[in-house]
Structures are given as C-alpha cells and as structure tokens.
Design a protein around this ligand. Sequence first.
Ligand code: URA
Length: 435
Amino acid sequence: MTAVDLIEKKRDGGTLSEAEIGWLIKNYTSGSVTDYQMSAMLMAAFIRGFDEAELFAWTEAMLHSGDVLDLSAVEMPKIDKHSTGGVGDKVSIPLAPMVAACGIAVPMMSGRGLGHTGGTLDKLETIPGFTTGLDPDTFARILSDTGLVLAGQSSTLVPADRKLYALRDATGTVPSIPLIASSIMSKKLAEDLDGLVLDIKVGEGAFMENQDDAHELADTMVGIGRTYELEVVALLTLMDTPLGREVGNANEIAESIAVLAGGGPDDLVEVTYALGSEMLQLAKLAGDDETARGQLRAAIDSGSAMHKFAEVIEAQGGDPRVLDDPGLLPKARYQEDLPAPSSGFVTVCDALKVGLAAMRLGAGRERKEDRIDPAVGITILAKPGDPVDAGQPLARLSFNDEGRLAMARPLLEQAFQVAAVPAARPPMILGEVRS
Ligand code: URA
C-alpha cells in the first residue's frame, strides 16, 4: 500500500477499505505519511465525501490513534456537551457547573479559538491561575472529586485529530461534514462517556450556514454514536448573531458568572437550559424537560451551581474570588463605542463580522500559533430587535492597541444594520436529532 495509490483512488471516486484507512491514519500519525500527501487526501475526501463504511473506518482509526480514557471509577453518569463553535458561545462555562451540581459527572474537553470562533480553554484561562493542561490521572482525579473537570485534550488522546485539524485549517478542508463529524466524535468517544449532547450551530457565524447542512451533520454524528452505543442528542441552535452580549475571553467569563448568579442575557440562558435539560434527561436524572429545568433552576437559586464552579476553579489552580469580584479578571486599558448611524431597530448584528472584529482586536487567533489578548473584546449593547436612537452606542470595543482598533472597527461597523421596521427573530432552537 502507498499513500499515492490511496490518494489516486479517492481522487477518482473510489471507496477506501477499512484496512486502507487504518493504514493511512496510523502512518500519518507516526509521520511516515507526509503532510503534503495527507493534504491531497483531505482535499480528495472533501470533494468526494465518504460513504458510511468509510466514515466509520475513519472515525475508528482516529479514535485508536492514541489512548482512550478509563473513567470507570466515576460512579455518576458521565455526560458531556460539545458545540460545533460560534461567536460569543460561552455556554459550556455556566452549563457544566449547573449540570454537575445536579449529579452529572462532566469530563469536559474543550478547544481553543481559531478564526472568528472563540474557544472555551482561552476563556477559562483568563481566570487567574486556572490551568487547562491536565495529565489523564489528574483529569480523572478532579472529575471524581468534584464531578466536573474543564480541560484541553491531552496530547495522547486522538493524536491523529490534533495533526489533521491543523492541516485541514491550513488547506481549506475544515467545513466537510464527514471530516467534522469524525473529528468531533472520535474525541468524544475517547472520553468514555455515557451520553453526549451536541450543540450544532447554524448561521452566518457557524461552520454550517444552513439548516439542511446542520441536519446532515447532526444525523452523521448521531449515527456514529449509535454505532458505538453512545446515546447522542443534537440540538440545532441559531448562530446568526453573537450569543449573549460579550465576545472575547475575560468578558465572556464575566457573562458566564452572571448566568450562574441567576442573570445573563435571555438567548444565552435559553440555550444553556435547553442543553442542560437534555443532559439531565440523558443521565436519567430527570424524566422530562420540565423536571430537568426545575433542577437546573434550583441549582442556580440555591447557589450550588456557583459553588460547583468555585470548587473546580480551585481544583484547577484558579482563584475562585473572581466569582464574587469579576473585576479580578484581566481588563483592557481603553474602550470606544460604536454609535448607531440612524434611529430605528437593529435588524442585523452579524456573528461572523463581530467574531472577525474581535479576532482583529486580539481576542482570537488568525493562525494556531498566535497569542491572544485575554482582556480585549466586544460588548454588544443593542441586539437585533432592540430600538435605538441615532448616536446611541450599538457596541463597545475594549482594546489595548490603537492599531488593532483601527483594523477591527470598520468590520464592526459593517456587522450592524439599523432599519425603520424591526425584523422577526427566528427561534434560538431550530431543531433536534436523537439516537
Ligand atoms: N471542531 C472539531 O473538533 N473538529 C472539526 O472538524 C470542527 C470543529
């Protein structure tokens, strides 16, 4: 078998066997198949797609490219949630402590921000002292002790995806349904879960811009879960406008703390409760949606969700005083407001443009190796549907560098549209797919 034979086969519309895919992923992980050969294969796969057998063989080969966690010592039901990524998507941060306070063990492995989408790890690391790089033993110990751990993927877990994702990012092959589905599901299957809730983002600010593609991605991931006897629920949620009002890193932690304190913007709270309800039902801790929501509300009202977040922050080396005093989070030196050009109603606040503007401020990365500025970001002061007067601020840019502000501001201006008549808002939850 040679890499060139397999590339040519896929290029010409052939079907790769399980043995061929296994050989390819194994040899790419070890380095004997080169990046340039795998780039060609990824583009062939991007254009030709995978049939069902290829998809499962690819996922299986990725899953076994490294270690698989053994969390059998954890007695509580282990349920994770994964989002396909969006702008202002900080849901994991309030959600994980909320469901952990209700009795679920949450072994959450998250990623870093890239391009216009933010990453949970970058946000968490703005909490002074908080560390997300945990070895598997520490990961399992914190999970057993607190019922919750918020970490990055260890280097021994699905190493094939680590290399492949970076290569896909550099070769324009990220937005492929089988490649996304196998990438996410191989990592989730390696977590030794009892159930998984997926948040499939749909809209301008997401990988899946329309509902048909999002449904296909959800079906594909739920199908992979079924093969591995992992119960999966996928919710399709709207990502045409940033979720909540804060886009950045430290400011998104402050907004997450507000949700745990019983406040927070309606859209963020709605998506958090919808996903949390599914997690509690998958764990069989609630028999229906209403009961599950009652449990989540009780975890907020009693302070147990906030207490759970304090516990995990402390366990991961962070300073839990940020929960009482978000002023301890990094703060940008300067702020500038973007005024509304006319009076009327905000009809558009484009998630993609806001995300790119935040990236230009330094809140995100253009390339994987870029460093982020944890303090900078954008606060949306008027969301679609809100009435505004001419000159009233639509958004606030928090920044540390005038040059970056000059790059970000024009994009943010383009993100907003104001019209005389308000536009109807679609619902936040657009659909669902279940095992
Ligand atoms: N997130 C992942 O982990 N993988 C993808 O392919 C896309 C988003």
